[in-house]
Design a protein around this ligand. Sequence first.
Ligand code: AMP
Length: 286
Amino acid sequence: MEIIRIIRIMQDTSKGHLLHSRSIGFVPTMGALHEGHLSLVRRARQENDITVVSIFVNPLQFGPLEDFERYPRDIEGDTAKLREEEIDILFLPDTSLIYPEGFSTYIEVEKISEKLCGAFRPGHFRGIATVVTKLLNIVKPTRAYFGQKDYQQAVIIKRLVKDLNMDVDIVVCPTIREHDGLAMSSRNTYLNKTEREAATVIYRCLTEASDLIRSGIINGIYIKGLMHERLLKEPAVSGIDYAGVYDPETLDELLEIKGDALLAVAVKIGDTRLIDNMLVTTTKGR
Ligand code: AMP
């Protein structure tokens, strides 16, 4: 596994592979790697000749009161895990190289960036869209891999790649969960024992709502009410940013469920903000 820190070297290395018709699979991450990340890495390895993983904690996607400083970092552990996965390149750029003095170009994906998490984290998706565009320009992948865990992020990236005619396939991979259903996340390390147990309410809330939809309930507002009730019953839930039923493409709230539906939740457990979602596919025109 080669470790590359310099942008120009990463670009030239990718150009070399593409010149030899080798496909490049790319997994951008913020590190503190867990099985969720590694599932993307394995998929990228399966489907491409060369696998590149980046680790970059992107300051641009954190708000001033958010957890940028204390976000978990474990470069040594991450490097060992990626070596074990036998990836080809670990791209580890420094913040000063990604955002040099004078940096002033930003990518804004309108409308869908303002919904769900965007309404509670202003600038978050602008930060993500900007860094992902830069990373795609640097790594030049054939395919880039993202997790369904961050559903809105995946929708936004697909939109931006389409709108800007970027020549890359975006592959969205299923959410990997702990044994009790909690979606794996680097932020789970913030939870104490009580909070960790309480956090399973998110998955239970999603599966219950999904079962209701499958059983034929089509009233989105009713389902949303039940989801809120379920979450608020758990004393460790200190706040709900959103929980409800949404259109999987536009992310608009669904009053009536006529086709596929996205169940999505963002809650605070103690001081930790956790998100999760579930897609419910139903027979069209029920
Ligand atoms: P992050 O390091 O949190 O920016 O995540 C890097 C990539 O891993 C993103 O595409 C995430 O959606 C994906 N990811 C994070 N957690 C999971 C998970 N539990 N299952 C699948 N993919 C995940």
